[in-house]
Design a protein around this ligand. Structure first.
Ligand code: FNR
Length: 357
């Protein structure tokens, strides 16, 4: 059947498309503006070549790692994605079950389609809460407290979204959520007065003091997601964050920003080991993971492929995505002579074109 013929994440995406409503597919796949940044995230990996070392005696590669004191079975986790229930009715429950079996963490969106309590109950690997800050801080505070009480282990504050980017596909499709898909952890707009609706919007004027505010609300580790410059990475370290996610939101926010892979080295240099640096955007092959590690990422996050997995087979489909990526990474490490993920360094890669010098 289908599953046997899907050998790569690209195969899984091709199988997912006809299973989803076209407007839902566009919502998942699309980006902001002309989708330049969306395309660039992928193209950046195609400009890098691997420089394998031979006869290294390295044996079976060790793909596990440790991030924020927790063991990950592979150096990738699942990026926060709104409404997994768009792709499969089990939604985030299927995702955390597959991630638990694979031994990798999941960042659960503020806009999850299932409740934090049921997600935590189904999880056997770390779950993190992705935080959007609403004008009404009490809404955000409530989400953070609930997630912490349920056993979530970290907060990932998304800092590239003072408002949602302009996504032409969604505007053209007049995209709205199907009736069975709801933000399960937010008070329904029907339950609050029209006057309060505005306060359920994102705060468009956040500044760095939000980090201290989060710390006053919760004892969980705080990561910031959406850093694209060395200057902001330094500012984040000064603000005392526990981790940085180099991200352009999968090309869904400001179109025209660089691909994440291109800005990774300057950010890694600026951070200088003071906190973990993660990257997301365009990770579709094991070699992409290896290249990001070589350029200094401690781990990466995977976005859209997880929704493709959900669409083709719920928990099993997500498991197939994660297993494929892990197998490809192990293959690449073995063939490149990389014994363990912390051995991947800048010597492992080169930009396309002849090396002159
Ligand atoms: C996202 N992303 C996202 N990010 C976030 O911080 N909160 C969210 O709720 C969402 N929701 C969301 C929905 C969908 C459908 C997509 C595709 C993306 C962004 C996500 O975390 C991540 O940055 C990108 O998806 C990574 O790029 P790839 O792996 O999809 O190329």
């Amino acid at each position: 059947g289908d599953a046997a013929t899907a050998l790569t994440l690209a195969d899984i995406a091709r199988q997912a498309e006809p299973r989803l409503n076209p407007a839902v597919w566009d919502f998942i796949e699309g980006g902001a503006g002309d989708e330049r940044t969306l395309a660039a995230n992928r193209a950046a990996f195609d400009r890098i070549w691997l420089r394998p070392r031979v006869l290294t005696g390295s044996g079976v590669p060790r793909v596990g790692t440790t991030v924020l004191g927790r063991a990950w079975a592979a150096p990738f986790g699942i990026a926060p994605l709104a409404y997994h229930t768009l792709a499969h009715p089990d939604g985030e429950l299927a995702t955390v079950r597959a991630a638990g079996a694979a031994g990798i963490p999941v960042a659960v969106s503020t806009f999850a389609g299932r409740t934090f309590e049921e997600v935590a109950e189904a999880a056997t690997a770390p779950v993190w809460l992705q935080v959007y800050c609403f004008l009404d801080r009490a809404i955000t505070e409530n989400l953070v407290r609930r997630a912490e009480r349920a056993g979530f282990e970290a907060l990932v504050l998304t800092v590239d979204t003072p408002h949602l980017g302009r996504r032409a596909r969604d505007a053209r499709n007049g995209f709205t959520l199907p009736p069975h898909v709801r933000p399960a952890n937010l008070p329904s707009l029907d339950d609050i007065s029209p006057a309060e609706h505005a306060r359920a919007r994102f705060d468009p004027a956040l500044d760095w003091s939000v980090i201290d505010w989060l710390r006053s609300t919760s004892s969980l580790a705080v990561l910031v997601k959406g850093i694209l410059t060395a200057a902001d990475a330094l500012r984040a370290v000064e603000a005392g964050v526990d981790g940085i996610v180099v991200s352009n939101h999968g090309g869904r926010q400001l179109d025209g920003v660089p691909p994440t892979l291109d800005v990774l080295p300057e950010i890694v240099t600026a951070v200088a080991g003071r906190c973990p640096v993660l990257l997301d955007g365009g990770i579709r092959r094991g070699t992409d993971v290896l290249v990001a590690l070589a350029l200094g990422a401690d781990a990466v996050l995977v976005g859209r492929p997880v929704l493709h997995g959900l669409a083709i087979g719920g928990q099993d489909g997500v498991a197939q995505v994660l297993d494929t990526l892990r197998a490809e990474l192990a293959d690449a490490m073995s063939l490149a002579g990389v014994a363990a993920v912390d051995r991947a360094g800048p010597d492992l890669v080169t930009a396309a074109g002849p090396r002159l010098r």
